[in-house]
Design a protein around this ligand. Structure first.
Ligand code: ADP
Ligand code: MG
Length: 316
């Protein structure tokens, strides 16, 4: 069995009357890429701030590497790399000097530090920007600098709080690949996001949060097995008549159908030939069919079934 790296037990955090974390428990093992997935305001950042003892909490216990975490647990903090949601770098220092500063908080040996800083720069792909000041960097490059500052000292546990928000696709891929590489190199990762695609892509285990509660936990496969949806069929077609809708609804395995955005959406639970059956109904009624999609459940479907609402707005 892998060692437990983080153990959070019954954590309660209140901001005045608001209960931001309501008896949250999490256990994270060595080698995991652990995803905290939840919409804005669900308590992800609060969890991270409590975990790091940056924020006092009302109830519960937190252990890291098997020891209680306190504001003065410097031996534990040295082994943690933190990439905060809000980029935190010095504007008056260059890219290189920023990374050197943060690395220097933990690595005092100069030769070793130089090597670590150079490795971090290569790792995030900022070789061409070492003399730049942060304000000259694009959002994506700034994020990469933020990451380099957090990982240069080669921590065993790396915590990234929404590191890809407002980042261009190229930097985003670079960041996601980088996280997987850090994990292959031996680091345990905690990754928070409200982007389910990213969490699906890189996380070995996922806790879904909503309003300070953990509403589900498991691998993405386990999470998807918790819900009844197994397939969502979408067909571009003119609006079906009530008769057609009723026939589709009566098909085996169909538990819901609706017409939105010029598409008929059919939600299925189990069964093998759902798409063919739906198309048969439409053809029988001589309906002209456009593009056809059949999609497996996503973590958004999991969130939707458990909480009754979408993980995030479409335009987000
Ligand atoms: P997330 O990171 O998932 O978006 P947060 O942990 O930032 O969520 O916030 C959880 C809840 O706590 C939200 O309702 C938020 O408005 C509230 N909250 C966060 N920080 C504070 C604060 N400093 N004072 C009061 N309320 C806060
Ligand atoms: Mg947050």
């Amino acid at each position: 069995m892998a060692n437990t790296v983080v153990k959070i037990d019954n954590l309660v955090k209140r901001y005045k009357e608001l209960i931001a974390l309501d008896h949250l428990s999490l256990e994270i093992k060595e080698g995991e890429v652990f995803g905290l997935l939840g919409p804005n305001g669900s308590g992800k950042t609060t969890t991270i701030n409590c975990l790091l003892s940056l924020l006092a909490y009302d109830k519960g216990t937190i252990e890291i590497f098997g020891k209680p975490m306190t504001p003065t647990s410097y031996d534990i903090k040295r082994e943690i790399g933190i990439i905060m949601q809000n980029v935190a770098v010095f504007n008056e220092l260059t890219v290189m000097d920023n990374i050197d500063y943060f690395c220097g908080l933990y690595i005092t040996d100069k030769a070793k530090r130089k090597q670590y800083v150079e490795e971090a720069i290569r790792f995030v792909g900022l070789e061409d920007f070492t003399k730049f000041y942060p304000r000259k960097l694009s959002g994506g490059l700034l994020r990469r600098l933020n990451i380099a500052c957090g990982i240069a000292h080669k921590p065993k546990l790396i915590i990234l709080d929404e590191p890809t928000v407002a980042v261009d696709p190229q930097s985003r891929n670079k960041i996601l690949e980088g996280i997987e590489q850090l994990n292959r190199d031996g680091a345990t990762i905690i990754y928070t996001s409200h982007y389910m695609e990213e969490v699906e892509q890189i996380c070995t285990r996922i806790a879904i949060m909503d309003k300070g509660h953990k509403v589900a936990e498991g691998s993405k496969e386990e999470l998807k097995k918790m819900i009844k949806n197994t397939e969502t069929i979408s067909i571009e077609v003119a609006e079906p008549s009530a008769e057609v809708n009723a026939e589709v609804a009566a098909l085996p395995h169909v538990y819901k159908n609706e017409y939105t955005d010029g598409k008929l959406h059919v939600y299925c639970s189990g069964g093998k030939h759902n798409l063919i059956r739906v198309l048969d109904v439409l053809q029988k009624h001589d309906m002209h069919i456009g593009r056809v999609y059949s999609e497996l459940p996503t973590l958004n479907d999991v969130f939707l079934e458990i909480t009754g609402k979408a993980l995030r707005d479409k335009e987000d």
